[in-house]
Ligand binder design. Structure first.
Ligand code: AMP
Ligand code: GLY
Length: 423
C-alpha cells in the first residue's frame, strides 16, 4: 500500500525509516519531511495542517494510510476531515479524531477525564478570568512550588512552575487577564506539584484493543543537569532502569487500562498513539499529561526497539484488529542524543551545512530540522539531528552516540553531554 506520514521532525524520520522496512509498503510519502525522510521516501511540500492539499495528495498518490506525526493537525480535526469526505473516508488515519485529541489539546478536558475514570493524577482546579480571585485563593491552599498550566496548546511553553506564591498569582493574572499564551491561556489549570522522576509510556490503540510500545525517558531542558529553558527534548533513552516490571504493571492497571476503558465508556473513538507522561511518586504512577501522538525524541528510541512490522500494526489499528497482533521488541537499550542549533530554544540561525553524517557507524541518524540547499544537507530548525544507538544498556548505547557525534559538524552545533545523568 501507499503510505503518507505528516510531519517533519526526527519522530517522522524514525517512523518513515521503520515503515520503509515493511514488505507491505509500496510507496512512502512524507509531508513536508526533511532531508532525512527523503532517503526513505518521497517528500511532498505540504504542511500537515493544509487539509485540502493533503486531500489532493492522498487522491493523486493513491494513499491508503496516513500517519499523523504532530498534534496540531489532530487537534484541528484532520481525522474528522477524512471521515467526512466521500473520497477519503476509507483511508486509514493513525491519530485520533478531534474529540479524543482534546486529551492533549485541553488540559482541563484531560484532568476531567482522569478524575472521572479514577486515573491517578495531581489534584487540580481550573480557572478563567471571571474566577481569578478564586484562583488566588486556591493557590493559597497549595504548597510551593505552584504549577500553572495553560489549558490549550502553547507549543510546549504553557506550563509554569513557580516557587513563590506572589509570583504564581502574578503569572496567573498574566495568563488569564493578559492572555500570556493567547487563547490557550483563557483557561488555566492549577495543580498540586508532584515530586518524583518522570517517564513516558506509549500505546497504539484501535479504540478497543491496544499494544504497549517500549517506554522511554526524555531530557527536556537545554542545559546539563536538567537546567535552563525547556526544549522539545535533548535526548532520550529506552528502557529506563528504574521502571521495574512491578511499576510497569501498576501503570498498566491504574493508567493504561482505565484510559482505554474510559474512552470506550465515554464513546470517544480513538485510533492512534496515546502518550502517557508519567511521574513516579513513592513508586506509584501519576499522569502528568496525555499526548495524542508519539513523543519526540522518544520516538527515536522507541521505534528502533520495535521488531514487529509497524505498518502491519497500523493496518490492524485501522481495521479494529489490534487484538490479533502481538508486538515484539528488542531487549537491547536504545539512546538518542539531539544535536541542536546554537541558541536553541531561543533564536538560532539556519542554513548551516552539516558534514560527517556519512562517516557515522553503528548509530542511526534521524534527521529533524534539516533540508537541502542544492545537494548539500543544511540545518533548518532548532533540533537538527537525533543520533540513536543500541547497546546492552543505555550507557553503552550513549557511548556509541557520543563517539559518532565527534564526526558530525555544523556551525554552532550544541548538544547535552549528560543524557541519562540522573539514572
Ligand atoms: P506538561 O506540558 O503538562 O507535560 O508539563 C511540562 C512539564 O512540567 C512536565 O514534563 C513536568 O516536568 C512538569 N510538570 C507538569 N505538571 C507537573 C506537576 N503537577 N508536578 C510537577 N511537575 C509538573
Ligand atoms: N518529548 C516530549 C514530547 O514530545 O512532548
Amino acid at each position: 500500500m501507499n503510505v503518507l506520514i505528516l510531519g517533519s521532525g526526527g519522530r517522522e524520520h524514525a517512523i518513515a525509516w521503520k515503515i520503509n522496512q515493511s514488505n507491505l509498503l509500496k510507496k512512502l510519502y512524507i509531508a513536508p519531511g526533511n532531508a532525512g525522510t527523503a532517503e526513505v521516501g518521497t517528500n511532498l511540500n505540504i504542511q500537515p495542517t493544509n487539509f485540502s492539499e493533503i486531500r489532493q495528495a492522498v487522491i493523486q498518490y493513491k494513499i491508503s494510510l496516513v500517519i499523523v506525526g504532530p498534534e496540531d493537525p489532530l487537534v484541528k480535526g484532520i481525522h474528522d476531515y477524512f471521515l467526512a469526505d466521500e473520497i477519503l473516508k476509507d483511508v486509514k488515519v493513525i491519530g485520533p479524531q478531534k474529540l479524543a485529541a482534546q486529551l492533549e489539546g485541553s488540559k482541563e478536558f484531560a484532568k476531567k477525564f482522569m478524575v472521572k475514570h479514577n486515573i491517578p493524577t495531581a489534584k487540580y482546579e481550573s480557572f478563567t478570568v471571571e474566577s481569578l480571585e478564586e484562583g488566588y485563593e486556591f493557590l493559597e491552599t497549595l504548597k510551593a512550588p505552584y504549577v500553572l498550566k495553560a489549558d490549550g496548546l502553547a507549543a510546549g511553553k504553557g506550563v509554569l512552575i513557580l516557587s513563590d506564591l506572589q509570583k504564581a498569582k502574578d503569572e496567573l493574572k498574566e495568563m488569564l487577564s493578559n492572555q500570556k499564551f493567547g487563547n490557550a491561556s483563557s483557561k488555566v489549570v492549577i495543580e498540586e506539584f508532584l515530586d518524583g522522576i518522570e517517564l513516558s509510556c506509549f500505546v497504539l490503540t484501535d479504540g478497543t484493543n491496544y499494544v504497549n510500545l517500549p517506554h522511554a525517558k526524555d531530557y527536556k531542558r537545554i542545559g546539563e543537569g536538567d537546567t535552563g529553558l525547556n526544549t522539545g527534548g535533548m535526548g532520550a533513552i529506552s528502557p529506563v532502569p528504574f521502571a521495574s516490571k512491578e511499576f510497569l504493571d501498576k501503570v498498566e492497571k491504574q493508567v493504561i487500562i482505565p484510559t482505554i476503558n474510559g474512552l470506550k465508556k465515554d464513546k470517544i473513538p480513538y485510533k492512534g498513539f496515546i502518550f502517557f507522561g508519567l511521574i513516579m511518586v513513592n513508586n506509584e504512577p501519576k499522569v502528568i499529561e496525555y499526548n495524542c501522538r508519539m513523543g519526540d525524541p522518544e520516538t527515536e528510541v522507541v521505534i528502533p526497539r520495535i521488531k514487529s512490522d509497524l505498518l502491519e500494526l497500523f493496518i490492524a489499528t485501522g481495521e479494529n484488529k489490534l487484538n490479533t497482533k502481538k508486538i515484539e521488541f528488542t531487549s537491547e537499550s536504545a539512546a538518542t542524543v539531539m544535536l541542536v542549533s546554537g541558541g536553541y530554544p531561543e533564536a538560532y540561525e539556519k542554513g548551516k551545512e552539516i558534514k560527517g553524517i556519512s562517516a557515522v557507524e553503528n548509530s542511526i541518524i534521524f534527521q529533524a530540522g534539516t533540508t537541502f540547499n542544492n545537494d548539500k544537507v543544511v540545518t533548518n530548525g532548532g533540533r537538527v539531528l537525533a543520533v540513536t544507538s543500541y547497546g546492552e544498556n543505555f550507557k553503552e548505547a550513549l557511548n556509541k552516540s557520543y563517539q559518532n557525534i565527534e564526526k558530525i559538524h555544523f556551525d554552532k552545533l550544541n548538544f547535552r553531554k549528560d543524557i541519562g545523568f540522573d539514572l
